[in-house]
Design a protein around this ligand. Structure first.
Ligand SMILES: CC(C)(COP(=O)(O)OP(=O)(O)OC[C@H]1O[C@@H](n2cnc3c(N)ncnc32)[C@H](O)[C@@H]1OP(=O)(O)O)[C@@H](O)C(=O)NCCC(=O)NCCS
Length: 195
């Protein structure tokens, strides 16, 4: 397995497929249907804000992250409006806005870690977390941060095993039905140190 930063335009649809498969349930109400949602997410991915794990030419998993310029999926008003039209774009961006993560100075904020369903449990997710820690160290950050929804205890268990601890939590309140989860936790791991 090989992990590098960025994906090629030829890989965009594969990265979008993985991202939508993992996070489509959370994003789906922003779009008319799943096909539209997947196409919009795929178009909005920012290649340089992803770590990509490959086996040869196969993309096994991806890990999005925020930079000072924004998130791994960039929802620009102009591009969304031109793709969907004004009313659907207003609706989409209103539903997506509360899911946006904010920047934390000196911290690499992850924005979508996912591994192809048939390749899970073989260490790819852990390797992507290690690559994220390496990237954070190279950027001079002091920690890596991610959020995990309350309905995903297996992913949270992985993060805890990899040295992440809870630094915050939040909820979706009355919008839980819209996003498919009630609670989320924010976890961090310092760069360097264990394990
Ligand atoms: C979470 C995920 C990225 C881990 O990648 P991975 O390559 O399977 O991870 P590893 O092989 O390094 O580690 C395995 C651990 O990952 C977690 N895991 C495995 N399959 C999982 C799944 N379907 N969903 C959530 N976590 C899973 C478990 O903690 C597992 O350990 P266990 O088998 O002892 O329970 C991957 O399973 C995935 O893409 N899941 C769906 C999307 C998701 O939940 N992303 C995280 C959002 S915060």
């Amino acid at each position: 397995m090989d992990i590098t930063r960025g994906f090629t335009q030829d890989e965009r649809s594969r990265v979008g497929e993985l991202y939508w498969e993992a996070f489509g349930a959370k994003l789906s109400h922003a779009f008319r249907d799943g096909g539209t949602g997947r196409a919009q997410v795929t178009a909005a991915l920012v290649a340089d804000r992803f770590l990509i794990a490959r086996d040869g030419a196969d993309v096994l998993g991806v890990c999005g992250f925020r930079t000072a310029s924004g998130g791994a999926v960039h929802w620009s008003w102009r591009a969304t409006r031109s793709r969907l039209g004004r009313p659907a774009a207003v609706r989409s961006l209103a539903v997506l806005a509360p899911l946006d993560r904010s920047d934390v100075p000196g911290v690499l904020v992850l924005d979508g870690l996912c591994v192809a369903a048939e390749r899970r449990g073989a260490g790819t997710g852990s390797a992507l977390l290690t690559a994220a820690l390496d990237l954070a160290a190279a950027r001079g950050d002091r920690a890596v941060q991610l959020s995990v929804v309350g309905t995903n205890p297996r992913a949270e268990a992985l993060y805890r095993r990899r040295g992440f601890t809870v630094v915050g939590q939040g909820g979706t309140g009355p919008l839980a039905g819209l996003y498919g989860f009630h609670r989320y936790r924010t976890l961090q791991r310092p760069v360097g140190g264990r394990p």
